[in-house]
Design a protein around this ligand. Sequence first.
Ligand code: GLP
Length: 251
Amino acid sequence: MRVRVFHTAQEAARAAAGAVADQLATKPESVLGLPTGRTVVEVYAELTRLYAIGEVDFARAHTFNVDEFVGVHSEDARSYCAFMQQHLFSQTNLPKNHVHFLDGATADHELECGRFERELASTGGLDLLLLGLGNNAHVGFNEPARSLRPRTHRTRLAADTRRANASRFGGNREDVPREALTMGIGTLLGARAICLIATGASKARAVAAMFSGRLSTYQPASFLQLHENVEVMLDLAAAEKLPESGFDAQP
Ligand code: GLP
């Protein structure tokens, strides 16, 4: 895993956006895996800026978002789908039919997760997966648990995660759905390249877990250590608990 530490969150976000832009320059028909969350708002702002000045082109790209809330329709303003429309899709030339999302409002979750996996496989798989990081070291919605699931599945959200997402649901944790659909750890690790961004002191412990040299289902992001091509973009606060040697860390 390669680590790049920046002075500010904004610089880290620019670097993550740069990784996406470089990927699209090298392979315009790239399949991108995309996350949501506060951290990536800045990444998407930079990507839309680059698009506006003609430095990135989404015309041939495909995107697969990593997760969605159960019971929330894609047109609901609180959905992750709506988040993506607002922050990226509506401001770029990514064709509508190149956007792939889990349907949280489906009646049959198992069928939906299978459909999503097949759709991903039929596009050739993820070329670049951009990831955020949960305070509790979740990736996508793979929460700390006794065991992790390899493929896309329905999952229960941790109390901490529901709290972190409360702002999308009027500020009340109780209004955040208890479940979500998410790519599994194996789906994430199937990407040819991964770029994870984490900023702020609240992520420092989860970041350290990623470089611990140990795998723990209670720290799902630790499984990224199994991947050969991961780049981690941090600001100083998120890098705070990394040992000095962690900067060129080899798992
Ligand atoms: C959310 C999402 C993740 C995201 C993470 C970080 O709950 N399910 O995909 O990466 O948590 O969010 P934030 O950037 O707001 O801290």
